[in-house]
Design a protein. Structure first.
Length: 244
Protein backbone atom coordinates (compact mmCIF):
# COMPACT_ATOMS: atom_id res chain seq x y z
CA UNK A 1 0.00 0.00 0.00
CA UNK A 2 1.84 3.01 -1.29
CA UNK A 3 -0.13 5.89 0.19
CA UNK A 4 -2.64 7.04 2.78
CA UNK A 5 -5.62 6.55 0.46
CA UNK A 6 -4.78 2.90 -0.20
CA UNK A 7 -4.00 2.17 3.46
CA UNK A 8 -7.24 3.72 4.69
CA UNK A 9 -9.44 1.95 2.14
CA UNK A 10 -7.80 -1.44 2.68
CA UNK A 11 -7.95 -1.11 6.46
CA UNK A 12 -11.61 -0.03 6.39
CA UNK A 13 -12.58 -2.92 4.11
CA UNK A 14 -10.57 -5.36 6.24
CA UNK A 15 -12.61 -4.22 9.26
CA UNK A 16 -15.83 -4.74 7.26
CA UNK A 17 -16.89 -1.11 7.57
CA UNK A 18 -18.58 1.14 5.08
CA UNK A 19 -17.40 4.72 4.71
CA UNK A 20 -20.54 5.81 6.54
CA UNK A 21 -19.99 3.45 9.47
CA UNK A 22 -16.32 4.40 9.82
CA UNK A 23 -17.27 8.07 9.74
CA UNK A 24 -19.85 7.50 12.49
CA UNK A 25 -17.34 5.70 14.72
CA UNK A 26 -14.67 8.37 14.17
CA UNK A 27 -17.07 11.28 14.63
CA UNK A 28 -16.39 12.74 11.19
CA UNK A 29 -18.46 13.16 8.05
CA UNK A 30 -18.74 10.46 5.38
CA UNK A 31 -17.40 12.94 2.85
CA UNK A 32 -14.21 13.30 4.93
CA UNK A 33 -13.53 9.57 4.68
CA UNK A 34 -14.41 9.58 0.99
CA UNK A 35 -12.11 12.54 0.29
CA UNK A 36 -9.15 10.89 2.04
CA UNK A 37 -9.69 7.60 0.21
CA UNK A 38 -9.89 9.42 -3.12
CA UNK A 39 -6.68 11.35 -2.43
CA UNK A 40 -8.35 14.75 -2.22
CA UNK A 41 -7.50 15.29 1.44
CA UNK A 42 -4.07 13.81 2.25
CA UNK A 43 -3.32 16.06 5.22
CA UNK A 44 -6.60 15.60 7.06
CA UNK A 45 -6.77 16.76 10.66
CA UNK A 46 -9.21 13.90 11.24
CA UNK A 47 -6.62 11.13 10.88
CA UNK A 48 -6.29 10.65 14.64
CA UNK A 49 -9.95 9.75 15.34
CA UNK A 50 -10.11 7.69 12.12
CA UNK A 51 -7.01 5.71 13.12
CA UNK A 52 -8.43 5.15 16.61
CA UNK A 53 -11.72 3.92 15.14
CA UNK A 54 -9.78 1.41 13.02
CA UNK A 55 -7.47 0.35 15.87
CA UNK A 56 -4.30 1.37 14.00
CA UNK A 57 -1.51 3.84 14.67
CA UNK A 58 -1.97 7.25 13.08
CA UNK A 59 1.75 7.16 12.13
CA UNK A 60 1.16 3.96 10.15
CA UNK A 61 -1.99 5.30 8.52
CA UNK A 62 -0.32 8.54 7.41
CA UNK A 63 3.11 7.23 6.40
CA UNK A 64 3.21 3.44 6.63
CA UNK A 65 6.48 3.62 8.57
CA UNK A 66 5.29 2.63 12.07
CA UNK A 67 3.80 -0.63 13.36
CA UNK A 68 0.23 -0.94 12.16
CA UNK A 69 -1.55 -1.91 15.36
CA UNK A 70 -1.85 0.52 18.26
CA UNK A 71 -1.16 -2.42 20.53
CA UNK A 72 2.16 -3.41 18.98
CA UNK A 73 5.09 -2.54 21.22
CA UNK A 74 7.50 -0.02 19.71
CA UNK A 75 11.15 -0.48 20.64
CA UNK A 76 12.94 2.84 20.33
CA UNK A 77 16.52 2.84 19.14
CA UNK A 78 19.12 4.34 21.52
CA UNK A 79 19.36 7.33 19.18
CA UNK A 80 15.62 8.00 19.40
CA UNK A 81 15.37 7.13 23.09
CA UNK A 82 17.93 9.68 24.26
CA UNK A 83 17.57 12.35 21.61
CA UNK A 84 16.22 15.71 22.73
CA UNK A 85 12.84 16.35 21.04
CA UNK A 86 13.31 17.99 17.65
CA UNK A 87 10.81 20.77 18.34
CA UNK A 88 12.38 21.80 21.67
CA UNK A 89 15.37 23.99 22.53
CA UNK A 90 16.28 24.72 18.92
CA UNK A 91 18.61 27.48 17.84
CA UNK A 92 17.60 30.51 15.85
CA UNK A 93 20.14 32.87 14.31
CA UNK A 94 20.20 36.57 13.47
CA UNK A 95 22.64 38.40 11.20
CA UNK A 96 22.07 42.02 12.21
CA UNK A 97 20.15 43.87 14.90
CA UNK A 98 17.27 44.59 12.54
CA UNK A 99 16.47 40.89 12.48
CA UNK A 100 15.54 40.97 16.16
CA UNK A 101 12.42 43.04 15.46
CA UNK A 102 11.22 40.75 12.68
CA UNK A 103 8.94 37.75 13.07
CA UNK A 104 11.45 35.61 11.16
CA UNK A 105 14.21 36.12 13.74
CA UNK A 106 15.94 33.00 14.97
CA UNK A 107 16.39 32.22 18.62
CA UNK A 108 17.34 29.49 20.99
CA UNK A 109 14.07 28.53 22.67
CA UNK A 110 14.83 27.66 26.27
CA UNK A 111 12.93 24.88 27.96
CA UNK A 112 13.34 22.72 31.04
CA UNK A 113 15.10 19.60 29.84
CA UNK A 114 17.22 19.00 32.92
CA UNK A 115 20.60 17.33 32.91
CA UNK A 116 21.64 16.52 36.43
CA UNK A 117 24.84 17.75 38.01
CA UNK A 118 24.04 16.10 41.30
CA UNK A 119 22.33 12.91 42.35
CA UNK A 120 21.17 11.95 38.88
CA UNK A 121 17.49 12.61 39.47
CA UNK A 122 15.72 13.99 36.43
CA UNK A 123 12.66 16.21 36.24
CA UNK A 124 10.75 16.26 32.97
CA UNK A 125 9.20 19.67 32.48
CA UNK A 126 8.48 21.21 29.11
CA UNK A 127 7.49 24.69 30.16
CA UNK A 128 8.63 27.11 27.48
CA UNK A 129 11.10 29.74 28.65
CA UNK A 130 12.12 33.11 27.30
CA UNK A 131 14.19 32.62 24.17
CA UNK A 132 17.74 33.87 23.77
CA UNK A 133 19.09 35.37 20.52
CA UNK A 134 22.46 34.37 19.07
CA UNK A 135 24.31 35.95 16.18
CA UNK A 136 25.35 33.74 13.28
CA UNK A 137 28.99 34.65 13.86
CA UNK A 138 28.78 33.07 17.33
CA UNK A 139 28.22 29.64 15.80
CA UNK A 140 31.05 30.12 13.33
CA UNK A 141 33.36 31.00 16.22
CA UNK A 142 32.55 27.82 18.16
CA UNK A 143 32.55 25.60 15.06
CA UNK A 144 28.90 24.57 15.34
CA UNK A 145 25.74 24.80 13.25
CA UNK A 146 22.55 26.24 14.79
CA UNK A 147 20.46 23.26 13.70
CA UNK A 148 22.69 20.92 15.71
CA UNK A 149 22.52 22.84 19.00
CA UNK A 150 20.16 22.64 21.98
CA UNK A 151 19.91 24.92 25.00
CA UNK A 152 19.19 22.99 28.20
CA UNK A 153 19.25 23.43 31.97
CA UNK A 154 21.49 21.91 34.61
CA UNK A 155 20.20 20.85 38.02
CA UNK A 156 22.42 20.21 41.04
CA UNK A 157 25.83 21.35 42.25
CA UNK A 158 28.28 18.63 41.27
CA UNK A 159 29.70 20.73 38.39
CA UNK A 160 30.29 23.89 40.44
CA UNK A 161 32.03 26.22 39.84
CA UNK A 162 31.75 25.55 36.08
CA UNK A 163 27.97 25.07 36.15
CA UNK A 164 25.70 26.07 39.00
CA UNK A 165 22.22 24.81 39.73
CA UNK A 166 19.77 26.10 37.10
CA UNK A 167 22.51 27.43 34.82
CA UNK A 168 21.86 27.04 31.11
CA UNK A 169 24.25 25.35 28.72
CA UNK A 170 24.27 24.65 25.01
CA UNK A 171 25.16 21.26 23.57
CA UNK A 172 26.07 20.33 20.02
CA UNK A 173 24.37 17.01 19.32
CA UNK A 174 26.77 16.16 16.48
CA UNK A 175 29.81 16.33 18.76
CA UNK A 176 29.55 12.88 20.32
CA UNK A 177 33.08 11.66 19.57
CA UNK A 178 34.72 12.01 22.98
CA UNK A 179 37.49 14.56 23.38
CA UNK A 180 39.49 14.11 26.56
CA UNK A 181 38.59 16.59 29.29
CA UNK A 182 35.56 18.16 27.57
CA UNK A 183 32.13 18.63 29.15
CA UNK A 184 29.29 16.48 27.85
CA UNK A 185 25.60 15.88 28.37
CA UNK A 186 25.54 12.13 28.81
CA UNK A 187 23.22 9.33 29.82
CA UNK A 188 24.75 6.76 32.13
CA UNK A 189 22.50 3.85 33.07
CA UNK A 190 19.55 5.91 31.77
CA UNK A 191 20.34 8.88 34.04
CA UNK A 192 20.88 12.20 32.25
CA UNK A 193 24.06 13.84 33.56
CA UNK A 194 26.43 16.62 32.66
CA UNK A 195 30.06 15.67 33.38
CA UNK A 196 33.63 16.25 32.36
CA UNK A 197 34.80 13.06 30.65
CA UNK A 198 38.33 11.69 30.64
CA UNK A 199 39.54 8.78 28.52
CA UNK A 200 41.73 6.27 30.34
CA UNK A 201 43.95 3.36 29.23
CA UNK A 202 42.18 0.11 28.42
CA UNK A 203 39.07 1.81 27.05
CA UNK A 204 37.90 3.12 30.42
CA UNK A 205 36.09 6.43 30.92
CA UNK A 206 35.90 8.66 33.98
CA UNK A 207 32.83 10.87 34.46
CA UNK A 208 34.24 13.67 36.56
CA UNK A 209 32.46 16.22 38.75
CA UNK A 210 34.13 19.56 39.36
CA UNK A 211 32.76 19.65 42.90
CA UNK A 212 35.14 17.46 45.00
CA UNK A 213 32.24 16.39 47.21
CA UNK A 214 31.11 14.08 44.39
CA UNK A 215 33.22 11.01 43.55
CA UNK A 216 34.18 10.22 39.99
CA UNK A 217 32.23 7.59 38.10
CA UNK A 218 34.48 5.05 36.38
CA UNK A 219 33.06 3.29 33.35
CA UNK A 220 34.70 0.04 32.31
CA UNK A 221 34.58 -1.35 28.75
CA UNK A 222 31.97 -3.85 29.96
CA UNK A 223 29.71 -0.96 31.03
CA UNK A 224 30.20 1.08 27.86
CA UNK A 225 26.81 0.02 26.49
CA UNK A 226 25.25 1.98 29.36
CA UNK A 227 26.84 5.23 28.16
CA UNK A 228 25.17 7.43 25.56
CA UNK A 229 26.69 10.80 24.66
CA UNK A 230 24.02 13.39 23.89
CA UNK A 231 26.40 16.18 22.92
CA UNK A 232 29.34 18.33 23.88
CA UNK A 233 28.89 21.51 25.90
CA UNK A 234 29.84 24.39 23.60
CA UNK A 235 28.46 27.32 25.62
CA UNK A 236 27.26 28.09 29.12
CA UNK A 237 25.24 30.94 30.58
CA UNK A 238 25.26 31.44 34.31
CA UNK A 239 27.45 32.05 37.33
CA UNK A 240 30.45 29.80 36.76
CA UNK A 241 33.76 30.47 35.04
CA UNK A 242 33.86 30.19 31.26
CA UNK A 243 37.01 28.24 30.40
CA UNK A 244 37.78 24.56 30.87
Amino acid sequence: MRNLSERLKACREEAGLSQTELARRAGVSQSTVANIESGRNQGSKHLVPIAEALGVRVEWLSSGRAPKSRFDKVEASPEDRYKIPEEKGNVAVWNDEGDLDDESRVWIGRYDYHFSAGDGLIQWEVREKKALPFNESFFKAIGAKPKDCKLVTVRGDSMEPFLFDRDVFMIDETKTALRDGKIYAVYFEDEPLVKQIFKKPGGRLVLHSFNPAYPDIEVTPADMENVHIVGECVYRSGSGFTSH
